[in-house]
Ligand binder design. Structure first.
Ligand SMILES: [Mg+2]
Length: 462
């Protein structure tokens, strides 16, 4: 189970922030096309050019907010989270100051690590669940050492996860493995590993059994940061910092991206937003990224949607009076321009069908979280998806020498290697496999997409 999912399960908000005047660095459109396409070719030998993908082939287009439409200054966010969580564990839970308050080592970070709390390990896996790479604490494990923890490099939890990630989202195996899937929780890996190192040091000195059980404390720290009520009460340090200096944490959407959204709307497309953030934080984020008129671009907004449950369950939409939740709203009362919490995909699809006046509208969803935004809507709802993956930009290869991801040092790791591919075993990662299997195209950002006309034809991932 991901960290964010755990937080949402405890009825608090979970998501990030950004706002500001920063503009996304530009790259010539032609180079960008070649860039994304060549990267895909490199990371997936089976990739072939397919009939093109066009956003305008869809009647209804939905977006995730955080790290999709709203682009964060992820380096600043990661540093801030590292500071808050490390100090919380030291001051409130008694963890070692010597280990946890060391400077942030961004080279240890990579998106998509899986936490094995029982053994004190971090792992990366192949599409079939095999363990590709692992550390114990911050200590790198070789293939033989991995085999001792996971015989034949297999672990039941990751086998189940690769069969169907939702199997480990709830239930007994959600307690065994935790996925760190996005920039909200990426820094947890380093803090967890340092906590393991500190426990090992004490246990070895005292000749006592090594017991980790660090996750509950990390979860408590995350609840402290992200609890949804804390946005209004200015507790938890995280929301107050983002409210005070949004320009430090968010990029403003470019004029190109705003125009791209407007053009889709003017062509009669239904646009919608589904975010896990509660309405107050989501409004703050959207205001500081899309702009003061952000609501105008969407036919319906769903906040605190609790993905992936939004796509798998039948929860009521809940009305809002300002930021306060009111009563359930039946399908026939959902309004164009409305904003709600909770909700479900089935009713949303009926709403879109009614208002698009298309009998069987083609619906697309765009997001960055590979389980919540890509796998689940594609597998459960048969909805086409587009993956936003900033690592495509950060890892820049194949003749493109521009260093144009502003926070690339936080996204790439010489320790773990490519996000898409494991050099040690010459295997693609499970995350790249999900992108390949369950999304039509993978793009580094919506800014990239918006540098083309809305009816631009992109090469598909095959
Ligand atoms: Mg997101």
């Amino acid at each position: 189970m991901s960290l964010l999912r755990q937080i949402l399960c405890t009825e608090i908000t979970g998501h990030v922030i950004s706002a500001g005047n920063g503009r996304v660095p530009a790259l010539a459109p032609k180079s960008r096309v070649q860039f994304a396409y060549r990267l895909c070719k490199r990371h997936l030998n089976t990739m072939e050019e397919q009939p093109g993908f066009r956003f305008t082939d869809y009647d209804c287009i939905g977006f995730d907010l955080d790290n999709t439409l709203a682009r964060y200054k992820v380096g600043n966010m990661i540093e801030m989270e590292h500071d808050i969580i490390s100090k919380y564990l030291v001051n409130k839970k008694g963890y070692s100051k010597e280990y946890l308050l060391r400077p942030l080592d961004h080279n240890f970070l990579i998106k998509g690590l899986i936490v094995d709390d029982e053994n004190g390990n971090l792992v990366r896996i192949a599409p079939d669940g095999r363990i590709l790479q692992a550390t114990h604490g911050t200590k790198w494990l070789d293939r033989d050492e991995i085999n001792k923890f996971y015989p034949n490099w297999r672990w039941t939890a990751t086998d189940l996860f690769t069969e169907d990630p939702l199997q480990t989202w709830n239930g007994p195996y959600s307690e065994k493995m935790r996925t760190l899937l996005d920039y909200y929780d990426i820094v947890i890996s380093l803090i967890f590993a340092r906590a393991v190192d500190s426990i090992d040091q004490v246990s070895e000195a005292q000749h006592t059994k090594k017991v980790y059980n660090i996750w509950p404390d990390l979860l408590e720290a995350a609840v402290y940061m992200f609890k949804r009520e804390h946005f209004q009460t200015d507790e938890g340090e995280y929301f107050p910092k983002i409210k005070q200096r949004p320009e430090d944490y968010y990029y403003r959407c470019s004029d190109d991206l705003i125009r791209w959204l407007s053009t889709l709307k003017s062509k009669g497309k239904q646009l919608f937003l589904i975010t896990g953030s509660h309405v107050d934080f989501a409004s703050h984020t959207a205001y500081n990224t899309i702009g003061p008129n952000w609501r105008d671009y969407f036919d319906i907004v769903v906040s605190y949607a609790k993905k992936p449950g939004f796509f798998t369950q039948k929860r009521d939409f809940i009305g809002l009076d300002g930021f306060r939740e009111t009563n359930p709203v039946p399908l026939d009362k959902l309004a164009i321009g409305g904003i709600y919490t909770h909700g479900n995909w089935c009713d949303l699809k009926e709403f879109l069908k009614k208002h698009s006046k298309v009998q069987d509208p083609r619906v697309l969803y765009v997001g960055d979280n590979l389980v919540q935004d890509i796998y689940t809507p594609n597998v459960i709802c048969k909805c086409d998806t587009v993956t936003v993956c900033e690592e495509l930009e950060a890892e820049r290869t194949h003749g493109f020498t521009e260093h144009w991801h502003p926070d690339r040092q936080f996204l790439i790791s010489t320790v773990w290697g490519s996000y898409f591919h494991c050099k040690v075993t010459n295997s693609i990662t499970n995350w790249y496999h999900i992108m390949k299997q369950h999304s039509k195209i993978c793009v580094p950002s919506l800014e990239y997409v918006a540098s083309f006309p809305v009816d631009h034809e992109f090469p598909k991932v095959a």
